[in-house]
Design a protein around this ligand. Structure first.
Ligand SMILES: NC(=O)c1ccc[n+]([C@@H]2O[C@H](COP(=O)([O-])OP(=O)(O)OC[C@H]3O[C@@H](n4cnc5c(N)ncnc54)[C@H](O)[C@@H]3O)[C@@H](O)[C@H]2O)c1
Length: 270
């Protein structure tokens, strides 16, 4: 999909980090925005910071289907159309091996990361289909392309977002070639994901900590930390190029290739 002035984009988790980076990048292209987040204070601050852009701010919880449906209704009431839906909201989970991850963590991650995306697609796909054009950008993670020990609720749900986006793109293309979906799988990004996840009760953060420890160690092993704006620009480039995957970050492609090579080697053994 070509991104052109006057189009409308919706961004969940738009108050912070990658979502806010997407808002900045889209505003710079003259896109009208609906930014949405569960944290009202962050949302108000983000909308104020996007001075000069046409912005509607809507508080919504992506894990709640009715809340996301209301977001779609507010979008249509504000602009009468929607071209790009960024299902981006997310939290991180505590670090522990799978057998020590508790059921509430799994429920939260499934609710926010998997059902959050599902609710976004269910609420907005009929609108895009009726319009005859439009695109979904679903944020997963490099942890959705390769194993990330210590965060199975995170990696498991991110792998799900990769898989469902690949399938969603095919389903949309069966309806019309002007519809599609892209999954965003960045490496480490300089965002307050840890702090926001702690504020939302998803993790406990040691005093003074920034990004979560596993993300820092990931960066240490694989190179630099991206800015949210860099990630956003990569995502928009991929959408315009019609790509289904975009994975900015040093080492991400190498880790994904290692996983695919291992998978193919394993399944081709007689
Ligand atoms: N920061 C990284 O290194 C990194 C790397 C790869 C993928 N990601 C993914 O990118 C996405 C965005 O994360 P970020 O790093 O920008 O963090 P962030 O905390 O800056 O932004 C996430 C936003 O989502 C919002 N949110 C959380 N739960 C919500 C809910 N139920 N409903 C609506 N909004 C909700 C938060 O309030 C926050 O504003 C997440 O899905 C994250 O897993 C992050």
């Amino acid at each position: 999909m070509l991104i052109r002035e006057g189009q409308v984009a919706v961004i969940t988790g738009g108050a912070s980090g990658i979502g806010y980076g997407l808002a900045e990048a889209l505003a710079a292209r003259g896109i009208r925005l609906v930014i949405s987040d569960i944290r009202e204070d962050g949302l108000i601050a983000a909308a104020a910071a996007l001075r000069g852009a046409e912005v509607t701010a809507v508080v919504a919880d992506v894990s709640d289907e009715a809340s996301v449906r209301a977001l779609a209704e507010r979008t249509m009431a504000a602009y009468g159309r929607v071209d790009l839906v960024c299902n981006n909201a997310g939290v991180v989970c505590p670090a522990a091996p799978l057998w020590d991850q508790d059921a509430r963590t799994w429920q939260r991650m499934i609710g926010v990361k998997i059902l959050g995306v599902v609710h976004g697609v269910k609420a907005f796909a009929p609108l895009l289909i009726e319009q005859g054009s439009g695109h979904f950008l679903n944020t997963a993670s490099s942890g959705g392309l390769a194993p990330l020990p210590g965060r199975t609720p995170y990696t498991g749900t991110m792998h799900a977002v990769v898989g469902l986006t690949e399938t969603l793109d095919l389903e949309l293309k069966q309806v019309a070639p002007t519809l599609g979906a892209t999954v965003l799988c960045p490496g480490l990004v300089d965002t307050p994901l840890g702090q926001n996840s702690a504020a939302l009760g998803a993790i406990e953060l040691p005093a003074g900590a920034g990004a979560t420890p596993s993300m820092r160690s990931q960066a240490g092993a694989h190179g630099g930390i991206l800015s949210p704006r860099e990630v956003a620009e990569s995502a928009l480039t991929a959408i315009e190029a019609g790509r289904v995957h975009v994975a900015p970050g040093a080492g991400v492609a190498t880790r994904a290739r290692a996983r695919v090579d291992t998978l193919l080697a394993d399944i081709t053994v007689a």
